[in-house]
Structures are given as C-alpha cells and as structure tokens.
Design a protein. Structure first.
Length: 327
C-alpha cells in the first residue's frame, strides 16, 4: 500500500485527498519506485483544474525521485536499489510509491541529491528542449536575444542559467521587482517587471528595435499578442504553458504581416516519447547541473500532506524557483 494524492473530480485544491492505494508489482516495461521527494509543477494545476482533462479518479503529479524497488520484464537500464528520477506520464508522482513505465525513468547520478532530482527533471528538461531543440528557422547563435516569460519560476531560473552558459542574451519578464532581481541573479541579461513596464516597448529598446528571434512563453493569454510583436521577421513564438489561461483562437493570417512568423505549441512529453530521447534530454540536464553551470533553486518545501496549500501558493504566484514535497 501507498499514500497517494487523488482527485475524484476536477476543481480546486480542496479536491485533492491523501488516501491509501494499492501499488502492486511492475509488469513488462515497468518499474516500482519508492519516492524520496516529489516535484510540484504548474501542469499539475492544469490537470487538477480540468484544463487538461483526464479520466477520473486521477492520481496527480508528474515528477519525483526515489529508489527502484522492483523491475519488470524487459527493463535493462535500471535495477533494484538504483537511485532514479523522472518526469513522466501518466500522472501519479504525488505518492509514497508507484508502478510506472520505465522508459522515462533515469538513473540519478550520485552527485545529485534526491531533492534536486525531484525538483529539476520536468523543469530542467523543459528548459533544455526549449533552448536546444525549439529553435527559430535560422537557429540561435551566441549573442542572440531571446525573450523568456515567467523568468523567476522553476523553468525560468534554470533557463536563465542555461541560456547564459550557451552565450544567449536572455530577456526575462516577471511580475515584481524582487522576482526580476532573482532572474538577474540567475543569469538573465535583462529583466522586465511587466506589472510596471510595457514589455514590448522594453524589448524593442533592449534590442535596438530589432526584436528577438524567439519568445518562450508559459503564461499564455495575457502575454500572447505583445509577444508576437516582440519577434523579428521569421521569429518563433514557442508557447509551452497557460498560466494566465489558454491562448484564444487566432487567425494564422496575422503571422504574415508581422514578419512571416512561426508558431509552435510544444510539450516536454513529445520529447520523452522514447527511451533514447528521454535519456538524451536527461543526460544533457545532468551534465549541465554537475558542471555547476546550472544550479537548481529549491525555494519552497512542503510535506505531502500539505499539498493543498502548495497548490494554493503556486496559483497565487507566491512561489519562486522550484518547489518540492517530502514524505
């Protein structure tokens, strides 16, 4: 048996209940993992609220670290006793232990703690696939400007550091002076407090009127229109979240006059479709963290039985960096 957070219907944080569930044995291609720490992500809110619909009842959580307890037939990259971490579908990481597909579970290097492993997998691999795989048609070169919204969040603070290591000029937006200062400390070349400044005007000023080659946007509705106007001709609008609500329908015809722009709605889980692609993304993240170029900021920790409060704080934008839950 295991304690696990379950919802019976979509709704608010109060719908989450910590209950006993049966874990069972791993089948072919599966492992059983006992968690040491669990990551909190905004996608968890989308799934809990019903923005991303799932059949009910639903176990929540996409990210965790722990120790492998059992290995199913055909699994060769993990063995019992291995330290491991993952970001993965299906949900279910808000638990003491679970059985899950093995393909996205990666052996955690000894130099990375369970807490860091739980905090970084979903957010770190997201930052990695954005900056290294979600690229404008002409690519990104050292010195290029990119715009990154929510730069003081978990993905954002990792992206600030990784972009600096890649030689990019990251322009980060956030909703307060304190969050802007945090993004600056983590490597953002420029910061914009969008609650005080028009980020479009500031981006044009920073770039000498040229705009940026790519916008990485997890905010959604509130930043969409002006973000398009921040782009250079042939620039890429990379939408990967909806923190302010989903982007309303728009006509592709507007992209031509704005500079023959490209738009993508990307997701980490497309990049985790195979064992090989999952391991490649994880290895890039492990290497940049072990090198010291990227540090994982764990700014909030909650016990799992305070999961409702963790979600309330996340939705109220009271959190910065990464948040984990402990058992």
């Amino acid at each position: 048996m295991s304690k696990a957070v379950v919802i019976d219907q979509a709704g608010g944080p109060e719908n989450m209940k910590l209950v006993d569930v049966e874990v069972g044995q791993p089948g072919p291609g599966e492992i059983r993992i006992r968690h040491k720490a669990i990551g909190l992500n905004y996608i968890d809110v989308y799934q809990r609220s019903g923005l991303y619909p799932f059949p009910m009842p639903l176990k929540l959580g996409m990210e965790a670290s722990g120790v492998i307890e059992a290995v199913g037939e055909g699994v060769t990259h993990l063995k019992v006793g291995d330290r491991a971490a993952y970001a993965s579908n299906p949900p279910g990481s808000y638990s003491e232990a679970r059985v899950m597909p093995a393909k996205t579970v990666c052996k955690l290097p000894d130099g990375i703690s369970f807490e860091t492993g739980a905090a970084m997998m979903l957010k770190g691999m997201t930052a990695g696939y954005l900056l290294k795989r979600t690229l404008p048609v002409a690519g990104l070169q050292k010195g290029d400007h990119v715009l990154f919204h929510a730069a003081a969040g978990g993905v954002g603070l990792i992206a600030c550091q990784w972009a600096k290591a890649l030689g990019l000029q990251l322009i980060g937006t956030a909703g307060s002076d304190a969050k802007c200062e945090l993004a600056k400390q983590y490597g953002a070349a420029h910061v914009i407090n969008y609650s005080k400044e028009d980020f479009l005007v500031r981006v044009k000023d920073i770039t000498g009127g040229k705009g940026v080659k790519v916008v990485y946007d997890s905010v959604g509705k509130d930043t969409w229109d002006k973000s398009l106007d921040c782009l250079q001709p042939f620039g890429l609008m990379a939408s990967f979240g909806n923190a302010s609500g989903p982007v309303p329908p728009f006509s592709p015809g507007i992209l031509g006059p704005k500079g023959s722009l490209y738009v993508t709605r990307c997701t980490l889980f497309t990049h985790l479709a195979t064992r090989e692609s999952s391991q490649a993304l994880a290895d890039e993240l492990f290497n940049v963290v072990l090198s010291g170029a990227v540090k994982i900021p764990i700014d909030q920790t909650y016990p799992l039985d305070q999961v409702q409060q963790a979600h309330r704080d996340l939705e109220a934008r009271k959190t910065t960096g990464c948040t984990i839950m402990t058992l």
